[in-house]
Write a protein that binds this ligand. Structure first.
Ligand code: COA
Length: 155
């Protein structure tokens, strides 16, 4: 029998379960990011408390199986949907839930006045984003250790 997939606005009560899923998602991926439950929960709590937070939780037969957390950012050309976090429980991936969840978020963000969603992604999810219509830009993703920058500037 086919499973019933649904989406709803994220509730505070979802966060603990979502933090467990977020941790499992990153354990299953071979990114360099190592998320444990405490850090995952801190991140999701951080998003949840933002004034312009938007979050949707996905459910499979009523059981939480993923989410998309983001927020609206004021920008020079209007409102942007900020990067955010989309993650689906590995057991439920590749069942089109991520795509439908993303579509739910886009329709909502558009209604709220957002016209752009931009983000930085690893190669693998980038190919997923391209599948749903994203294009690469010429921006360069930069990263530094603050300690290293300070010590260089002090020299
Ligand atoms: C990326 C993610 C949200 C996609 O959700 P999902 O429910 O598994 O994806 P869907 O089933 O809707 O995917 C639809 C299509 O994309 C492909 N796809 C799914 N996950 C993919 C991935 N990580 N990379 C590339 N392609 C992917 C599927 O094969 C499918 O292709 P098809 O339409 O040709 O059959 C999910 O894989 C995930 O949680 N990944 C780990 C967290 C992550 O990387 N998040 C993005 C951070 S920037």
């Amino acid at each position: 029998m086919s499973k019933k997939i649904s989406f709803r606005k994220t509730k505070a009560a979802d966060i603990k379960e979502l933090a467990c899923i977020y941790t499992q998602v990153y354990e299953a991926e071979c990114y360099k990011e190592k998320w444990d439950y405490t850090q995952s929960k801190k991140l999701l709590d951080f998003y949840f408390k933002l004034e312009t937070f938007i979050g949707f939780t996905s459910l499979c037969d009523g059981k939480v199986c993923g989410a998309f957390f983001s927020y609206i950012k004021p920008w020079w050309d209007g409102k942007h949907l900020a990067e955010g976090e989309i993650f689906i429980d590995p057991k439920f991936q590749n069942k089109h839930i991520g795509t439908d969840l993303y579509f739910t978020m886009m329709k909502y963000a558009y209604k709220k006045g957002c016209r752009v969603h931009e983000l930085v992604a690893y190669k693998k999810p980038a190919s997923w984003y391209k599948k749903i219509g994203f294009k690469e830009t010429k921006l360069i993703h930069l990263f530094a250790s603050i300690k290293d920058v300070i010590s260089r500037m002090e020299k």
